[in-house]
Design a binder for this molecule. Structure first.
Ligand code: GLA
Length: 644
């Protein structure tokens, strides 16, 4: 009798409302997940149908829940909340069990009836409920999981809260012997100013000699800075010799003088994620100082980029950011926080670094500052006159005048051609969050890199969404020389927290290794978003592994593709110019896992040497495959040499 009771009790089903789980760890593109309310704090309502219970979110959002294999059924009505109020709202809802999609909604939009979902959760340990942006940006994508509940027997579902991990350093300290880092090819246009600091690690003093410099270029032998102008197009191999007390090294680097200026992805720092609207001249100077002082310059870091909030705000009376936005000639006037733009870029250049600036093709920037609309030509010229080397052009308030892709391309084509007419090289970074599959046409309108999705944000959605959903993968065929997919900044170190106070990256150490590795594998621009002036040893170590960086900066520019996916393990690989392959073994799961790369997936027939890139250590020869234990959300990144 007793036994029967226990058996009955253990199969008894209970039910929990999604809204009764802990919603705090949910990451989303805008606002906070709301209990029994829409994201804008109104009654949950989908095309007129009201709901008392449910969770109101905003794309791109992911809710991760541990089910312990004890859940049986998920039920919900999903749709765009009526309070979105615009036709532009569009999203897909995804239900992912242990890394596999088990349900996907039709395309949901404003004023569409809620769609009912009823799926079995038998045996599933981890559930992901995701609302994506349907590929057109996250604007107004107010996704509701209405009347949502999970049926279970035994242990009740719990919101997945990321574990606390200890930081651990993998990169060995740089050798005291000289080592010449950076890409093997550097581009410049004929007759334009050239500025490149040879990134070289090793004990100082160091003697530098460069043979074969084309006429017009000069080397500063103490800093390694090469400046000047090359008048004739051509490929100029230069032989760099670096010698110190511990040894001598030689390396040939090609200066390619031609049309292409961004031969490998940009590496640098951007002010947004740490300084937001507080950015000013002295912060930028300090960032340049830090890039030199902390040695990042010797690992190839180069750009120091101002983001939004340097101009004035139209109509504002504020002492710092108010006043006329343009002068009598129509030239844009910076806020009082930037009293001397030319002085600032001169300073950055004097450190052997390059400078970047930001604006929008719309009337105002995302933060409401003066934009370029109607002043594109004079703004392009002003940025060039000021001495900038890069422009981030952020869509925001722009209203397309033509339909479809043509409307999306137009402002970028205009700015692309205006920058092209200036007397200096300026890299153009398109920031429009992936609209219209920008990777297919970004280069044709003069862009060198393009954001592939919305802001990565301090909420870090990479793992919650999975690489696929966030549009950061399978874009490899659109990457190439001067054409880079930009999944947003490297979010490590101190970032702006609530109230603008610096707060440590919300990503675990393993996730930080994964981000850096993944960005390098997919040939993404490496732009640090954290505070460069306060990098701790762990973070600096993460950013200065030359073997990892050299994957990003590889001059073949073949971005990695995913060659295998088994459950939540993924293998990404890219060929390198020396004939080897860089391989990332990623574990997207919640537990440590063994991840394997099979030689057949790399096109290899014979045994091959495997080198651990983070640890900079050969692991030996392997036949047929290589496997490694990979921590939760972590990576093992290797180079596979030979084997063809
Ligand atoms: C947008 C961009 C960000 C940043 C801000 C500045 O959100 O995607 O990278 O530039 O604007 O307002």
């Amino acid at each position: 009798m007793n036994l029967l009771c226990i058996a009955l009790a253990s199969t008894q089903l209970s039910s929990v409302s999604l809204s009764d789980l802990n919603l705090a760890p949910i990451h989303q593109g805008w606002g906070h997940a709301m209990k029994n309310r829409s994201v804008t704090d109104t009654v949950l309502s989908i095309n007129g149908r009201k709901f008392d219970k449910g969770v109101g979110t905003h794309a791109i959002s992911t809710f991760r829940i541990r089910l312990f294999g004890k859940a049986t059924q998920f039920h919900a009505l999903v749709g765009i909340d009526d309070n979105a109020k615009v036709n532009r709202a569009s999203a897909y809802f995804h239900i992912i069990g242990d890394g596999k999609e088990i349900w996907k909604s039709p395309l949901m939009g404003w004023k569409r009836d809620a769609v009912e979902v009823n799926v079995s959760l038998k045996g599933i340990k981890t559930l992901n409920l995701t609302v994506d942006d349907a590929g057109d940006g996250i604007d107004y994508d107010h996704g509701d999981w209405a009347d949502a509940s999970i049926q279970f027997s035994g242990r009740a579902p719990e919101t997945l809260v990321p574990p606390i991990e200890k930081e651990y350093i993998l990169t060995p300290p740089p050798s005291p012997k000289p080592k010449i880092n950076g890409p093997s090819r550097v581009g410049v246009r004929p007759g334009h100013p050239f500025l490149y600091t040879l990134p070289i690690t090793g004990l100082r003093p160091m003697k530098l000699v460069v043979h074969g410099l084309p006429s017009g270029l000069n080397l500063n032998p103490s800093s390694g800075l090469i400046t000047g102008r090359v008048s004739k197009a051509g490929t100029y191999p230069i032989v760099v010799t670096a010698k110190n007390q511990k040894g001598t090294i030689k390396r040939t680097i090609q200066i390619v003088c031609g049309d292409e200026i961004a031969l490998t992805p940009q590496m640098g720092w951007n002010s947004w994620y740490i300084w937001l609207g507080q950015v000013n001249d002295s912060i930028m100077r300090q960032a340049a100082d830090a890039m030199v002082r902390n040695g990042m310059i010797q690992h190839g870091w180069q750009y120091v980029n101002i983001d939004d909030c340097w101009a004035r705000v139209p109509g504002s009376n504020d002492r710092q950011i108010g006043g006329p936005t343009r002068d009598a000639e129509g030239r844009i006037i910076p806020s009082s926080k930037f009293p001397n733009m030319k002085g600032l870029t001169d300073y950055i250049h004097s450190k052997g670094l390059k400078a970047g600036i930001y604006t929008s093709p719309g009337p105002t920037t995302c933060a409401g500052f003066e934009g370029a609309l109607g002043h594109e030509a004079i703004d392009a010229k002003t940025f060039a006159d000021w001495g900038y080397d890069l422009l981030k052009y952020d869509w925001c308030s722009y209203q397309a005048t033509e339909k479809g892709d043509e409307g999306l391309k137009k402002p970028y084509r205009l700015m692309g051609s205006l920058l092209r007419q200036q007397n200096r090289d300026m890299v153009l970074n398109l920031c429009q969050y992936g609209m219209g599959q920008v990777w297919k046409w970004g280069k044709s309108v003069g862009g060198h890199s393009w954001r592939t999705a919305g802001d990565l944000g301090a909420g870090y959605t990479m793992y919650q969404d999975g690489f696929d959903l966030y549009g950061r993968s399978h874009l490899e065929k659109y990457a190439g020389v001067g054409a880079f997919n930009d999944p947003d900044y490297i979010l490590v170190g101190n970032l702006a927290g609530p109230g603008g106070k610096p707060k440590k990256s919300p990503f675990t150490p393993n996730e930080q290794y994964s981000q850096m590795s993944f960005w390098c594998l997919v040939a993404a621009p490496l732009i640090l978003g954290g505070d460069i002036a306060t990098l701790d040893p762990f973070t600096l170590n993460l950013l200065t592994n030359d073997e990892v960086i050299s994957v990003d900066q590889d001059s073949l520019v073949k971005a990695a593709s995913r060659v295998a996916k088994v459950g939540e393990s993924e293998v990404w690989a890219r060929p390198l110019e020396d004939g080897s392959q860089a391989v990332g073994l990623f574990n997207m799961g919640e537990e440590e896992a063994t991840v394997q790369v099979n030689w057949k997936d790399l096109g290899l027939k014979h045994s091959a040497m495997v080198r651990d890139l983070w640890r900079q250590r050969n692991l030996g020869k392997f036949h047929g495959s290589f496997s490694a234990k990979v921590p939760r959300h972590g990576v093992v990144m290797v180079k596979v040499i030979g084997g063809r």
